[in-house]
Each structure stands twice: as C-alpha cells, then as structure tokens.
Design a protein around this ligand. Structure first.
Ligand code: CS2
Length: 491
C-alpha cells in the first residue's frame, strides 16, 4: 500500500501525539538563509526556529544545499515538512518541523542564490557546512588560498560554488548597494567558529578587493556559537519506523537524541529570533562552552570512533559496551581533558560528563563509528591536538589523547585489522593512505609521515619528541596487537 505523503494537507491526519507547527505556515517570511541543510541543521537550528515562529513569523529559513539536490527533492514535495524523532531507551517523541520556507540547490542557479543573499530581508546567514566547508588550514584557522574551490571562486565571484564564495558574493552586492550586511552565524564544530569564519571571509574579501575586505572585517557581525545535538545519518529502517508511526510517508526524517544545546554570542546587527524562548542560551563569550564541548564530547567521540571501528564495533553505543573502552573514555575525560578546561561558574562539569556517557550509550541511536571517523584531518586539531598542546605546556601526560591520534593514523591506512579495506572519507584520504603504504607497517616511519601533514599537526607538534615517541609506541601496539588489546593495556 502506498502511503500518502507528509505535507501541509496531511498534517491534520497525523496521530495526536505527534507535535506539529503551532502557527500558520503561509504567514512565515524568510529572514534566514541557511547554507548546508543536512540532518544536523534540521534537528537543531530548524527546531529552535520552529518554536519561535508562532510569536514572530519573520524568521523562516530558506535552506541551501551547496552540492546535490537530494534534500530539496525529498522535502519539496512535502512542503518542506519533515519529522524529527528524538529517541532513547524509553521510546520516541515525534515532531513535525515547519520552519523551512523553501529549498535551493546552489549549483543549479548560483546567481539566484547571490541575489537572495543580497536582499535586505535576508538578515542572518547561518552555516553548517562541516569543517572542510570552510576551505581553511585546520592547524592555523586561515583561508587556504590554494584550495581549488577558493581559487575558482576568486575568479568567478558572481557565480560561486563554495560557502565562503557565496557569503562573499552576497555581502559584496550589499556593500556596493549600500545595504547593511547580514549577520554570519557559523553553527559548525570549529573553535571560535565566528572569529574563524570572520578571518577566512575577510581574507577572501580582501583578495577580491581591499576596500570590500575592510568592510567585511569591520561591518559584518560574526557571533560564535556552540552547537550540540547528536544526529546520526538517517537509515532506510528509520524511514519505515517513521512511516509506521505517522501513517504518512516522510522521505527524509531525522533521528536524534532528546538532548539539545545551543550557546550563542549575542551580536546580531539586523535582529535575531528569540531563540532563548526555545532554550538557547545567549552569552557574551562562547569560548568556555565551546572548549568544553569540542574537547569532552567531540574529542571522546573521535577516539571512540577510531578505536571502536578498529575493534569491529559499528556504532558508538556498541563501542561503549566494551568495558575497557568505556573506562578509557572516562580516564581521557577526567584525567587528561578536564584539567585543560576553564571553569564555568555554576556549571557542573561532573554532571556534564556523566550525561555524555549516557548519551554515547543511548541504545536507540545508531550512530556509526564510520560516520564520526570521517574527515579526521579536519577534526583532530580542535578535538584532540589543542588539548595535547595544553597538556604539553602544563608538563602533564597525554597518553590517552595520543592513543586517539594513533588510532586515527591506524584507521587512515585504509585497511582494517582483518586486512579488509576501510572506506576512508577525508579530503586528504589519498595522501593519508599513501603515507600508510610508504610506512610498510613500520610505526616509526608511519608516524614520521603523518606528522609531515603540517596542516593538521603544525610544526610544533610535529617537532615534539615526546609526542612523536608516544604515538610510535601506541601505533606499534595497535599494529601488532590490535585496538582491543591496546585499549585494555591503557584503560
Ligand atoms: C560527531 C559530531 O560526526 C561527528 O564528528 O562527533 O557530529 C557530534 O555528534 C556533534 O557534534 C554532537 O553535537
């Protein structure tokens, strides 16, 4: 039997327990353009925004895909509506989110998107384009001027391809027309994401035209934000579960956890939604929140992902079921990460860590270790390497942190512990694999090769003898005895 499709017309037929938009969708205006309408955005910012629209309809979100039409093709026939399922061991809570005012596929008509970005009614441009979407050097946080996308966009600023190119093109139009700039709000897991995107975009703009560069650096607001919600990629099985629960078909539901957090610097030049009424926190400095989250949550996540994958554990909750790995993560957080964090008054870090363990153990979330393992070259600097730098500066140990890095080196060789290929997804995948091959199973050579990847490690860590020796020791053991024995030896 073919089920009818989720849409404005079928909203009224949904089971009573399913939450749905509490406002007139026809009255919503577009105030935000969002670049990167992936699962994370749809389960996070779009949900906070959905909650404010009944009181303030000015902040609907026009979603932009920078690459492929999949999201638009799935959601447009359902009027931009989709399900967010918050799941845990106790069950699922379903909500239909209606904050989308439309979906645009940038490569189909880049000039049109530039025109939308230039409209005075576009007051905020938000981004979740993942770490690599910033076309930067992850070790320094600076624009990578030899990135092919950046070079291309500098030549064709009227029809860009990259997120940085689109932001610049929209702002340039406004600069030329005397229209106040939109606020740029990064929602990616980068350190000081506002300052980082400001540095990258100002440099790009300067290369286009020095006067425009000064405008971006001085007139555009770039609040930093800390975003947190675990949102694994949706599976086929999820589609069936959601359809059974709704009685209508949703071609792209999003599965997530009940937890959600958003901490934002309150610096918006053309206004903003009252996201605080939906639970977001506005602060003057996001840094302590961001360090805590990137290091404790994401640092542990990456460590669990590489070691768990190598142990044959498909999901984070399965990896956490290995007692030695769970213990390793506890030691990593308590002994090596927590001492590097600034204290936040009124914040209970012990409770935060306990809740992280529970979140990682959530049995209903099928969060693949392979998914988190992606793009490690872009993630390691802010997740593990900054913490290692702080530990080195304090003369303190970094054994478990370095094991996470060694496990990444083992993983990106592209062969698992049974000799089967690993589908390594990373902008540097080919180079990383070649380094692994050239090392011929010799940990010393391999570590030396990987440390040469300066855009990840920087010259300081590459030249640190103790860091190098610790990596060699861990990698030797990972290669000879496997991840499980290595973790058991350290936990
Ligand atoms: C994860 C994050 O995929 C990953 O690298 O560590 O997406 C993580 O789930 C989120 O940052 C949680 O807020």
């Amino acid at each position: 039997m073919t089920l009818p499709r989720l849409s404005n017309a079928t909203l009224a037929d949904l089971p009573a327990a399913v939450e749905r938009p509490a406002y007139d969708r026809a009255a919503i205006e577009t105030g935000i353009v969002h670049l990167g309408v992936g699962a994370f955005h749809r389960a996070h910012q779009a949900v906070y925004t959905d909650a404010v629209l009944k009181d303030d309809p000015r902040w609907g979100i026009l979603g932009v895909s920078l690459r492929n039409p999949d999201t638009r093709d799935a959601l447009e026939p359902q009027d931009g509506l989709y399900t967010v399922a918050a799941v845990d061991g106790a069950g699922a809570r379903l909500k239909i989110v209606g904050s989308s005012t439309g979906l645009v596929v940038a490569p189909e008509d880049p000039a049109r998107l530039v025109e939308i970005l230039a409209r005075p009614t576009t007051r905020i441009v938000t981004l979740t384009v993942t770490e690599k979407g910033y076309c930067h050097d992850p070790a320094t946080g600076r624009l990578n001027e030899s990135d092919p996308g950046i070079r291309r966009d500098l030549e064709h600023i009227d029809r860009p391809k990259t997120a940085i190119g689109f932001l610049a093109a929209g702002l340039k139009r406004r600069f030329e027309a005397g229209v106040a700039p939109f606020t740029v709000l990064s929602c990616d897991n980068l350190p000081a994401n506002g300052e980082t995107v400001k540095r990258i975009l100002s440099r790009f703009a300067e290369l286009v035209d020095p006067a425009f560069g000064r405008f971006v650096a001085s007139e555009v607001a770039f609040p930093s934000s800390m975003v947190d919600r675990i949102v694994p990629a949706t599976t086929e099985a999820d589609h069936a579960t959601i359809a059974a629960a709704l009685g209508v078909a949703d071609h792209w539901p999003v599965m997530t956890e009940p937890f959600s957090q958003w901490v934002i610097e309150d610096h918006f030049t053309l206004g903003r939604p009252d996201w605080a009424s939906a639970g977001a926190e506005f602060v003057s400095d996001v840094k302590p929140y961001e360090l805590m989250k990137l290091r404790l949550l994401n640092g542990s996540h990456s460590t669990i992902a590489y070691l768990g994958y190598l142990m044959g554990r498909g999901t984070v909750s399965e990896a956490m079921a290995v007692p030695a790995l769970k213990q390793l993560v506890a030691g990593l957080m308590d002994e090596e990460i927590t001492p590097t964090l600034p204290t936040l008054s009124g914040f209970d870090v012990g409770r935060y860590k306990r809740s992280l363990v529970e979140r990682f153990e959530n049995p209903a979330l099928k969060h693949r270790t392979w998914q988190i393992a992606m793009d490690g070259s872009q993630k390691l600097p802010q997740r593990l390497l900054g913490t290692i730098r702080d530990r080195i500066a304090a003369g303190a140990s970094f054994e478990r942190l370095a094991l996470g890095v060694a496990a990444w080196m083992r993983y990106v060789t592209g062969l698992d512990e049974d000799g089967a290929p690993i589908d390594v997804r990373d902008p540097l995948a080919a180079r990383l694999k070649a380094i692994g091959e050239a090392g011929r199973g010799d940990a010393r050579h391999m570590v030396a090769g990987y440390l040469e990847v300066r855009e990840v490690f920087g010259a300081d860590l590459a030249g640190h003898a103790d860091f190098r020796a610790t990596l060699e020791r861990h990698l030797t053991k990972l290669l000879a005895q496997g991840a499980r024995a290595t973790v058991e030896g350290l936990a």
